[in-house]
Design a protein around this ligand. Structure first.
Ligand SMILES: Cc1ncc(COP(=O)(O)O)c(C=O)c1O
Length: 373
C-alpha cells in the first residue's frame, strides 16, 4: 500500500461532475476575470467566515501583500511575526518596505508565543502578523488587547485555517484583516493559484479592491498605482463547488486527527493539542519525535509519504540573513523544526490507511535498530 501526504484525485472524483459543469459555464460565458462569478464566490465566502467583506485575489501571498498595504503598513514600520511559517508570510513584510521582527513560537500548538510579544513592541511597530499554523487558531484575545493598548493592526494569515474557530468565531474576522490562500492542497483549494482577503472594515475592503486591479475605479481611471492580483472566474467557480463541502471535509479531518491521537497514544511522539478556545481544522497533522529523520525515512520505505513543516525556520534561511538573526535566537522554533513530521492528512483518508501509518510509526519506535545512528 502507498499512502500519499495529500491526495487531490480522490476529492476530484467526488466532485468532478459539478466542477466540469461549473467550468463549462465559465467557458461559455467568456467572462474569465473577476465579474459575477467572483462576486458570488466572495459573497459566499464572506458569509462562511461571518465577515462583511471578502475580496478575491490571485494568491495567498497577494492577499497578505494587499492586507498590509490596506492596513497602512509602510516603509520604516515594524511588523511582528513568527519565523516558523511559510516564507510568504514574511516576504510580504519586505514587499512593503517594513522591518520583520520575529517572536518565537510556543511548543504546544506551534503558534506565536503570546508572552513574548509585548517586549518586541517599539514606537515603530505597526502591526502583528499572526499565522494560524497547521489550522490551529492563535490565542487571539490577549493579542487583540495588546493591539488595542499600543494602537496596532492585527493581520491574520489564515492560509492554513479555512473554517478554524476561535471561541466559536471563524478565524480571520477578529483582527483588522484576514487572508487565505487557495493553493490546491489547502483545506479549500483551487485548481491553480488563488486567495482572498476578508475584513469588516469598509475602508480596508475598498483599498484592497482598488489595489488588486491596477488601482482602477472605473475602466481606465486609475486613482492609485496597484497590481494585477485578480482572481480568475474559473477558480471562483471551482471554489464555489468546493466551499459547499468545506465544513464536511473539515469534519473528516478532525475525525482523522482523533483516530491518529488514539492510535498514537502511549508512543514516543507528541501529538497535536487543541486548546480549549480552539477548533482545529488540521490542514496538517503534525507530530514531534526525537529521531524525525529516521522516522521519515522508515515511513518512506513503507510507502508512506510525510512532510516537514518546517525543517528550517525563516531566521536561519539564506534569504533572511540580512535580518541579522542567528542560531539560538528562537530556540523553540529551532527545536520543533528538527522534530516535526507531518503525517498523511486529507478528508478522504481511510481508517485503514491511518491504522497502517500508526502501525508503521509503532514498528519504528519499538525497534531501536531502525533508528538513525
Ligand atoms: C501560512 C501561509 N501563508 C501564506 C501562504 C501563501 O499562499 P499562496 O501560496 O497562495 O501564495 C501559504 C501557502 O502556501 C501559507 O501556508
Amino acid at each position: 500500500m502507498t499512502i500519499p501526504l495529500v491526495d487531490l484525485n480522490r476529492q476530484y472524483e467526488e466532485i468532478k461532475d459539478e466542477v466540469k459543469e461549473a467550468m463549462t459555464r465559465i467557458m461559455e460565458s467568456s467572462a474569465f476575470i473577476l465579474g459575477e462569478e467572483v462576486r458570488q464566490f466572495e459573497n459566499e465566502f464572506a458569509s462562511f467566515c461571518g465577515s462583511r467583506y471578502a475580496i478575491g485575489v490571485s494568491s495567498g501571498t497577494a492577499a497578505l501583500h494587499l492586507a498590509l498595504l490596506a492596513a497602512g503598513v509602510e516603509k520604516g514600520d515594524e511588523v511582528i511575526t513568527v519565523p516558523y511559517t511559510f516564507t510568504a508570510t514574511v516576504e510580504v513584510i519586505s514587499y512593503v518596505g517594513a522591518k520583520v521582527v520575529f517572536v518565537d513560537i510556543n511548543p504546544e500548538d506551534y503558534n506565536i508565543d503570546v508572552s513574548c510579544i509585548e517586549e518586541k513592541i517599539t514606537k515603530k511597530t505597526k502591526a502583528i502578523l499572526l499565522v494560524h499554523i497547521y489550522g490551529h487558531p492563535v490565542d487571539l484575545e490577549p493579542i487583540l488587547a495588546l493591539a488595542d493598548k499600543y494602537g496596532l493592526k492585527v493581520i491574520e494569515d489564515a492560509a492554513q485555517a479555512h473554517g478554524a474557530e476561535y471561541r466559536g468565531k471563524k478565524v480571520s474576522v477578529l483582527g483588522t484583516v484576514g487572508c487565505f490562500s487557495f493553493y490546491p492542497g489547502k483545506n479549500l483549494g483551487a485548481y491553480g493559484d488563488g486567495g482572498i482577503v476578508v475584513t469588516n472594515d469598509r475602508e480596508i475592503a475598498n483599498k484592497v479592491k482598488l489595489l488588486r486591479n491596477h488601482g482602477q475605479r472605473e475602466k481606465y481611471e486609475h486613482i492609485v498605482e496597484g497590481f494585477n492580483y485578480r482572481l480568475d472566474a474559473l477558480q471562483a467557480a471551482i471554489l464555489r463547488v468546493k466551499l459547499t463541502r468545506l465544513s464536511s471535509w473539515n469534519k473528516n479531518r478532525r475525525q482523522h486527527a482523533k483516530l491518529y491521537n488514539e492510535l498514537l497514544a502511549g508512543m514516543e511522539v507528541i501529538t497535536p493539542v487543541e486548546r480549549e478556545y480552539a477548533k482545529h481544522v488540521y490542514h496538517l497533522y503534525v507530530v514531534r519525535t526525537k529521531d524525525r529523520n529516521g522516522l521519515q525515512e522508515w515511513l518512506q520505505s513503507q510507502g508512506i509519504a510525510t512532510g516537514t513543516h518546517y525543517s528550517l525556520p525563516l531566521h536561519l534561511q539564506k534569504a533572511y540573513e540580512h535580518l541579522g538573526y542567528k542560531k539560538g535566537d528562537f530556540p523553540v522554533a529551532e527545536k520543533c523544526s528538527q522534530e516535526v513530521i507531518s503525517l498523511p492528512m486529507f478528508p478522504e483518508l481511510t481508517r485503514e490507511e491511518i491504522e497502517e501509518v500508526c502501525g508503521a510509526v509503532k514498528s519504528f519506535l519499538s525497534n531501536p535498530s531502525l533508528s538513525s545512528p
